[in-house]
Design a protein around this ligand. Structure first.
Ligand SMILES: Cc1cc2nc3c(=O)[nH]c(=O)nc-3n(C[C@H](O)[C@H](O)[C@H](O)COP(=O)(O)OP(=O)(O)OC[C@H]3O[C@@H](n4cnc5c(N)ncnc54)[C@H](O)[C@@H]3O)c2cc1C
Length: 293
């Protein structure tokens, strides 16, 4: 199938893009890498009247460290995230996660901003943003909004962005002393969307978590920052404590059922991921005895 007929405009700047978005409203769609937009158009799941190509806007590119903040432009491609020494040094969770996003050809074109604006609940990068406590920066004609990642994702393919706004950048706090991260996903094949996954960021002092952020993906209608993490913070992690955290996680999650997995299988996999995460980050093989259930 081919896409319906559409008009095409190439924005020359953020200001120009915002003018065009204001003029065309929700009849326009922003084009970044096109790796999600074009398949959706070719399948006629969406039929925008205007494609607004922002790919040439230089101010939306780049990775920089300023003070305690790592700033990443919306047009930064997945391959650039994977190769960036700044990301590897200050947000290694992203470096580890990015190779699980699709395949090299898609990572060569797909962008961070596109992935976050698309908001597929099975996507790796939204969950990383939630785990890393990212701030998502969006701009409209009325000015800039800074939105915490945990509030940005609002449902399946749904975000806090309006049709007249552009996602322009993301800011991450740079990794603190004693930072540790964990990333794991279950997928049928490497590169497929996950059946269940976990991106986690922690501070580990001695053998105790003093901070733990668990970003589950493919387990709900959006990335889930699990409240159950608090049960593992500032306590000695014993199998009993992990069991309690795991039970609380099971109560908290509301997984969906689809062709890939039932809700109960996803809940089970989330608990397995929690056990693996605690075990790996604390160096405690006894906490991962096949995963608590
Ligand atoms: C075969 C295949 C497998 C894939 N597997 C995975 C996977 O395992 N994990 C995964 O996470 N993704 C996967 N993807 C999606 C891929 O990662 C896309 O690159 C990503 O979702 C979108 O990035 P993009 O730059 O291509 O966005 P586009 O396709 O250009 O845009 C996606 C959506 O976001 C909007 N948008 C884009 N940029 C902005 C912006 N700056 N401001 C506001 N709105 C914007 C667009 O209007 C559109 O609605 C897969 C894609 C394919 C085709």
């Amino acid at each position: 199938m081919k896409a319906s007929a559409f008009s095409y405009a190439r924005a020359t700047s953020v200001v120009n893009a915002l003018e065009l978005l204001a003029a065309h409203g929700d009849k326009a769609k922003v084009l970044s890498g096109g790796q999600s937009l074009m398949p959706a158009m070719n399948l006629r799941l969406i039929s925008p009247e205007l494609i607004l190509d922002i790919g040439e806007i230089a101010e939306l590119r780049g990775i920089a460290v300023r003070g305690g903040v790592l700033a990443i432009g919306a047009l930064t491609r997945h391959v650039e995230l994977a190769r960036s020494p700044e990301i590897a040094a200050h947000a290694p969770l992203l470096t580890e996660a990015i190779v699980h996003v699709a395949h090299p050809a898609i990572r060569n074109r797909g962008t961070l901003g596109g992935s976050l604006a698309h908001a597929d609940p099975a996507s790796e990068l939204p969950a990383c943003m939630v785990a890393l406590d990212a701030t998502i920066i969006v701009r409209g004609q009325a000015g800039e909004r800074r939105i915490a990642a945990k509030d940005f994702f609002m449902g399946i393919y749904e975000t806090a962005l309006s049709a007249q706004e552009l996602l322009v950048a993301v800011e991450l706090p740079v990794a603190r002393k004693n930072s540790a991260h964990f990333f794991c996903e279950f997928a049928r094949r490497h590169g497929d969307y996950a059946i269940a996954g976990l991106a986690a960021q922690a501070i580990v002092e001695g053998d105790v978590f003093t901070d733990l952020r668990l970003g589950f993906f493919a387990i709900g209608d959006r990335p889930v920052l699990a409240k159950a993490a608090s049960r593992l913070v500032n306590v000695a992690a014993t199998p009993a404590v992990l069991f309690e955290a795991s039970s609380a996680l099971g109560e908290e999650l509301d997984p969906q059922e689809d062709q890939q997995a039932s809700a109960s299988m996803r809940r089970h996999l989330a608990k397995v991921l929690l056990g693996r995460c605690a075990s790996a980050l604390l160096g405690r093989p006894d906490l991962d005895a096949g995963g608590p259930v």
